[in-house]
Design a protein around this ligand. Structure first.
Ligand SMILES: [Zn+2]
Length: 370
C-alpha cells in the first residue's frame, strides 16, 4: 500500500459534517477514520448496526392536552350517519374522538380527507403518510399532515379489512370523461368538494385522499386497482389527535374494480374515545421542524388568483451557499482493502473520495433508519 492510497480526501459539506460529528459525539466511533472503518467493516460483512439518530428532539408531543372533554371510561356514541352512494359528509372530529367507518353491504371504497379544524391550510398528506407507512397503510399507522407542518392528525386504531391505499389520487370528473366518455359521473373529487362546501372550502381545496377499503399494488412501476374483499361489519376507526374536519365519501367508481363494480352505502359514526382507546396511541415526538404559521416568512393566505412578482423579494434559502470542504481521512490497510472491494467504481470512476463518501453516508442512512 502506498501512502497516497491510504490517505483519501472526502469532499463534505457542512450539513454532512454535522451529521458525522453528531455520530462521533454519540460515541459511534472516536474519530472520522474510526467511523469510516466501522462503516466499511459493517458494509463488507453485511451486518449493519441499527443505531438511534443522534441528537433528535427529546420532546414529547403532548397531544392529550388538546382534548376539550374529559375522557370517558367507555366509548360514547355521539353521532351516526349512513352515507348514500354519490355522497360524502364533512364531520368535525375533536381531539380524543373517533370516527368509525363501517361496511354495510361490503366491498365499498371510502375516500377520506381531513383538515386541521382551526387552520384548513394544514391537511392530510398522502406523500408523508406513504413515506412513513408504505402504499397500503394499516392498523397502528398515522395520518400525517403536509409539509411544512408534518404532524400526526389521526391514528388508525382499528382496521379489520386492512385494505387501504395511498397511491391513487381521488377519482375525478375528467377521469371518467377521458377514460369512459361520461359527461357527468359520480366522482370523489366532486363529492369531496360538495361535502366540504358546507365549510366554505373550494374545489381547489380537495386534496389527494386516503382511500379506505381499496386494494392496490404497484406492478412494473404502475399503480393497479384490484377487486376487494371487505364484508359487512368490516370497519376502520380513526382517533383524532388534533381537532379535524374529516371528509369521508362513497367512492363514485362503479365502472372500475375499486368497489367490485357497484356503489353502496356505508355507516359512519363519531364516538368519544375511551381511555383505553387513547392509551393505544403510541407516544409521539414533537419537533421544531413541524412548522407553525408563526414560523412562515409569508404567513398571509392570498385572496387574488393571479400571481405577480414581489419586487422586494430577496431569496432566503436555508443553509446556502452549500460549500464542500476537503476532509482528509487516513485508512489502515485492512479498511482500505475492504473499502476498495465495496465501493462503486462504475459510478465514481477514478474518484475514491466520492466512492468513500457514498459508502460512508450510505452506511449512515442504512444504520440510522427509524
Ligand atoms: Zn373515487
Amino acid at each position: 500500500m502506498t501512502d497516497l492510497l491510504t490517505r483519501l480526501t472526502l469532499h463534505l459539506n457542512a450539513q454532512q459534517r454535522e451529521l458525522l460529528d453528531r455520530s462521533l459525539a454519540a460515541g459511534e466511533a472516536t474519530d472520522l477514520a474510526g467511523l469510516v472503518a466501522r462503516a466499511v467493516r459493517e458494509r463488507a460483512s453485511g451486518t449493519v448496526s441499527r443505531l438511534p439518530v443522534p441528537a433528535v428532539s427529546g420532546r414529547v408531543d403532548d397531544w392529550r392536552s388538546r382534548l376539550a372533554h374529559p375522557v370517558p371510561a367507555e366509548r360514547e356514541l355521539l353521532e351516526e350517519w349512513v352515507l348514500e352512494p354519490g355522497t360524502g359528509k364533512a364531520i368535525e372530529v375533536a381531539a380524543g374522538e373517533l370516527l368509525r367507518i363501517e361496511q354495510i353491504d361490503g366491498a365499498q371504497c371510502v375516500d377520506f380527507n381531513c383538515f386541521n379544524l382551526h387552520d384548513y391550510r394544514e391537511f392530510f398528506h398522502t406523500g408523508r403518510t406513504r413515506t412513513l407507512h408504505g402504499i397500503n397503510p394499516g392498523p397502528g399507522d398515522f395520518l400525517w399532515s403536509s409539509p411544512p407542518r408534518e404532524r400526526a392528525m389521526m391514528f388508525l386504531l382499528a382496521d379489520t379489512a386492512h385494505c387501504n391505499d395511498v397511491v391513487f389520487p381521488r377519482c375525478s370528473a375528467n377521469l371518467y370523461e377521458t377514460a369512459y366518455g361520461f359527461a357527468a359521473h359520480t366522482n370523489c373529487a366532486d363529492i369531496q368538494a360538495e361535502a366540504q362546501r358546507e365549510y366554505g372550502l373550494t374545489p381547489d381545496d380537495v386534496h389527494d385522499s386516503f382511500n379506505f377499503f381499496m386494494a392496490t399494488s404497484v406492478d412494473d412501476g404502475m399503480p393497479v386497482i384490484h377487486r376487494q374483499s371487505s364484508v359487512p361489519g368490516d370497519h376502520v376507526e380513526l382517533l383524532a389527535v388534533m381537532d379535524v374536519l374529516a371528509v369521508p365519501n362513497i367512492c363514485g367508481a362503479d365502472v372500475m374494480k375499486t368497489s367490485n363494480f357497484s356503489i353502496k352505502p356505508v355507516r359512519v359514526q363519531r364516538w368519544r374515545a375511551s381511555a383505553a382507546d387513547l392509551d393505544a396511541v403510541p407516544e409521539l415526538r414533537a419537533y421544531d421542524t413541524q412548522r407553525t404559521v408563526e414560523q412562515f416568512r409569508q404567513p398571509v393566505i392570498r385572496t387574488e388568483r393571479a400571481l405577480t412578482r414581489d419586487p422586494s423579494y430577496r431569496p432566503g434559502f436555508v443553509n446556502t451557499p452549500v460549500v464542500y470542504d476537503a476532509v482528509e481521512v487516513t485508512l489502515d490497510a485492512d479498511t482500505l482493502a475492504l473499502a476498495t472491494a465495496e465501493w462503486d467504481r462504475v459510478r465514481y470512476p477514478g474518484d475514491e473520495g466520492a466512492a468513500l463518501r457514498d459508502l460512508l453516508l450510505g452506511w449512515w442512512a442504512e444504520s440510522h433508519r427509524a
